[in-house]
Design a protein around this ligand. Structure first.
Ligand code: NAP
Length: 246
């Protein structure tokens, strides 16, 4: 059998970290070589463990620094932590350019969510009026979600839309604008991760909705990312870059 992929999970005590630890342990082609969390020095742990790929599910305030550490230590990265700003993504793209293995940043690892965004791009070409409602558990630190921002970006790209910021006279309850599209964030106990994209046109609406029922839904995407970054160069943004060719 081929050598196993050596994986370090950062944020291993967190909800997504624990799920990733379990998934990597169960994957026959992978070996979990380290679990790190807030008290560890990531660069030291990468070197000491000999990890080839780092999975990061930590917090928005440290994810950019973690990404830099991953790139600087020359290993592959699979980052699911959300909250990256467009400027940070641009900086990482420059830092990673041409570097092997690659760095994958995916705001959503659920295949259903990737397909939801893909469908939204197609629908938006025919029904340009759209709003996004994202709903998450109350412990989520960032709002709106990375998935909602990414969805708005993809829709805007497919429409060549003029970006209109929220007008000062517009009530805050109409949502904040991302890429010109109103986005509404709901945080409630009982929710995990959900999103509705509502398109409206004369006499009709069309809603595309995705629900993450439990965190295991993200793991096939995470494992795919671990396998793929070893064969790729530079920054890969969004799981759709690995799943969809169109
Ligand atoms: P969580 O339960 O709060 O876990 C975060 C973990 O990271 C905690 O154990 C935390 O430790 C640790 N941590 C904090 N700072 C750290 C640092 N500097 N170095 C290493 N570890 C550190 O959060 P979660 O629900 O697992 O979510 C984690 C991230 O993944 C969030 O940004 C969330 O939005 C995102 N997410 C992404 C996807 C996706 O598909 N891409 C899906 C779900 C969630 P302490 O608790 O001690 O601070």
């Amino acid at each position: 059998m081929a050598d196993k992929i050596l994986v370090l999970v950062n944020g291993a005590r967190g909800k997504m970290g624990k799920e990733s630890v379990r998934a990597v342990r169960e994957a026959e082609d992978m070996e979990l070589v380290a679990e790190t969390d807030v008290e560890d020095v990531l660069a030291d742990a990468i070197r000491d463990s000999g990890a080839q790929v780092v999975v990061d599910f930590t917090t928005p305030h440290c994810a950019f620094q973690n990404a830099l550490t991953i790139v600087e230590t020359g290993v592959g990265g699979v980052i699911g932590t959300t909250g990256f700003t467009p400027d940070q993504i641009d900086e990482l793209e420059i830092k990673c350019a041409g570097k092997h293995p690659g760095l994958l940043i995916a705001p959503n690892f659920a295949i259903g969510a990737v397909l939801m965004m893909h469908c939204a791009r197609i629908i938006a070409r025919h029904m340009p009026d759209v709003e996004i409602i994202e709903l998450h558990h109350p412990a989520k630190l960032d709002a709106p979600s990375g998935t909602a921002i990414k969805t708005a970006e993809l829709i805007a790209q497919s429409q060549a839309r003029t970006i209109v910021p929220r007008g000062t006279s517009e009530p805050a309850a109409r949502g904040d604008r991302f890429h010109g599209i109103p986005v509404h964030s709901v945080r409630l106990p009982g929710l995990l991760a959900h999103q509705s994209i509502i398109f409206g046109a004369e006499g009709q609406t069309l809603t595309v909705r995705h629900d993450s029922i439990n965190r295991s839904c993200f793991m096939p995407g995470v494992l795919l990312g671990i396998r793929e970054v070893l064969h790729r160069k530079g920054l890969i943004y969004g799981l759709e870059s690995l799943l969809l060719t169109e």
